[in-house]
Design a protein around this ligand. Sequence first.
Ligand code: 6PG
Length: 479
Amino acid sequence: MSSAPAQIAVTGLAVMGRNLARNLARNGFRVAVHNRSQGRTDALVEEFGHEGEFVPAADLPALVESLETPRKIIIMVKAGEPTDAVIDELVPLLDEGDIVVDAGNAHFADTRRREDALKAKGLHFVGAGVSGGEEGALNGPSIMPGGSTFAYAALEPMLTKISAHVNGEACCVHVGPDGAGHFVKMLHNGIEYADMQLIAESYDLLRNVLGLSASELADVFREWNSGDLESFLIEITAEVLSQVDDSTGGPFVDVVLDQAEQKGTGRWTVQVALDLGIPVSGMAEAVFARSLSGDVVRREAAAGVLPGPANPKVEVDRDAFIEDVRHALYSSKLVAYAQGFDAIRAASDQYGWDIDLGAMAKIWRGGCIIRARFLDRIKEAYDRDANLPSLLVDDYFKEAVANGQEAWRRVVGVAAAAGVPAPGFSASLSYYDGLRAERLPASLIQGLRDLFGAHTYHRVDREGAFHLDWSGDRKEHDA
Ligand code: 6PG
């Protein structure tokens, strides 16, 4: 404990807030701590007081009082109304220039609204995405702060110090104004959803087509983790698959109910991408797959009732198929990232955020849930060309997919033949084929729209909009 003014405060001491406060204290910052029910504050100081300098506060006025100016206060409470409630209580206690940081998983539109409201009062509001779960919050998360450059400059020494580091570089950078940080965190979660779905499809295919046991599958993922796919999610997949259930002695993965839950950030990503007009098919399929898994009523009505393939036993060579699935996973994962970066670029253009895409790949290399070796390659791709139209056309990735695309196609074919759902793999492959198509069937869609609704069409050979008099002489007219 210390009587000197605190340098930063954390309010909301559930596990994420508590770990963030401990991380700050362990890194030598004096942290004021507060929680609505004081038990948590006391427990934090009692249990971890030896880790650094904590300044416990009984209420928000005391928390504000304990801080040096400009005050920096991190709110770590549930997204939505609880965050608004804390902001409303805090704002009247603050002075011009003070900085309020929301480090929860807020919707970026809420962050934009809050930033606007606080700016009108002379306060800075920073929506900071923080990824890495409990462990990351304590030992070094990836941090994606938005808001004013003034606020970032004041926070930078602390945030970069407590963030994860890769090759000595902090996994924290100023993303852009207002909601930019929370937008990028939302997209991180969308990619996290897609990545997990693709991993789950790989597991399902290898298990059903090859009949591998959970522990054999763990070995496959462990092996993959030593190559291009090296990542936190692949590493923990091997860990989950090798876990044995105490009570049954069988694989842990077999005793877990097959209904995935979701708090909402993946769904937000897809909703927002729809509004931006950016296909995020891998992420959308991941959200839908979770919804389907939880739709017990329809699953019970269909299971064992709807017929599958007459002969679901597909003959494949074990090692060759494992290698094919590895390629399908890598290529589909690349599509998810390509789509994610497209969405970030589109939002950055729409909201005037000027986001540096390469810097986002850089701060995702460590600390966060999607951290992966792959992100170095993405950073290099944007270093080569900051205006890359799609990650898929970068030379390195183009080559990687060119090497794996036949395998990817075989895997989607095997999945269909065996009746194993692979929505992530197949939607990603269709996106890839759509993107590279010289000509898409959208021409027919335009024809249909013009026939039933006089919606007009454009021609390949002349400028202008046209309409055909479908119910009359079928002659073309300028629209
Ligand atoms: C992170 C995680 C974190 C959280 C997800 C889980 O970056 O640390 O993404 O934010 O674990 O929100 O999301 P679902 O409950 O929706 O799967």
